[in-house]
Design a binder for this molecule. Sequence first.
Ligand code: GDP
Ligand code: MG
Length: 162
Amino acid sequence: AMPVVAIVGRPNVGKSSLVNRILGRREAVVEDVPGVTRDRVSYTANWAGRGFILQDTGGWEPDAKGMAQSIARQAEHAMRTADAVVLVVDGVVGATATDEAVARVLRRSKTPVLLAANKIDDERMEAEAASLWSLGLGEPRPVSATHGRGSGDLLDAILEAL
Ligand code: GDP
Ligand code: MG
């Protein structure tokens, strides 16, 4: 069976945009009004000749009660069922309390976890991503889902972790 890579994180950080970037086509629903992605949606992806299943997650309103818990539950599900987990955070906003709560869950993971700092649209913003070392998930990998910066390096790291 193909390995499963699960993408988790808060609403609006760019998970679905990153999924589209990896797929090389627009399938995941990107919305300025978050909360449109169903709980879990799987796509077949390919990088460097290797096939894998890419799982987009979502489905919460940004200020909904229990949002942090829902994301933590998604993260736990991903830890148990996926072969690699990518936590996406907004690299411009930095780590929020919700990101920290989810990172706490993922730090216990035996499944490899990668940290993507999204919305790093140009080189000058890369320094901001470095503050995300504080999440305790290793090296923050700066990416821009909409511009494509860093996505190849992130994919290489994902495949290396599988
Ligand atoms: P999700 O809720 O985590 O799936 O986030 P979406 O992929 O739906 O994106 C939420 C918003 O962030 C949309 O308006 C996107 O266009 C925007 N966005 C996503 N990735 C980037 C990025 O790399 N840079 C910038 N500037 N905006 C982004
Ligand atoms: Mg989404």
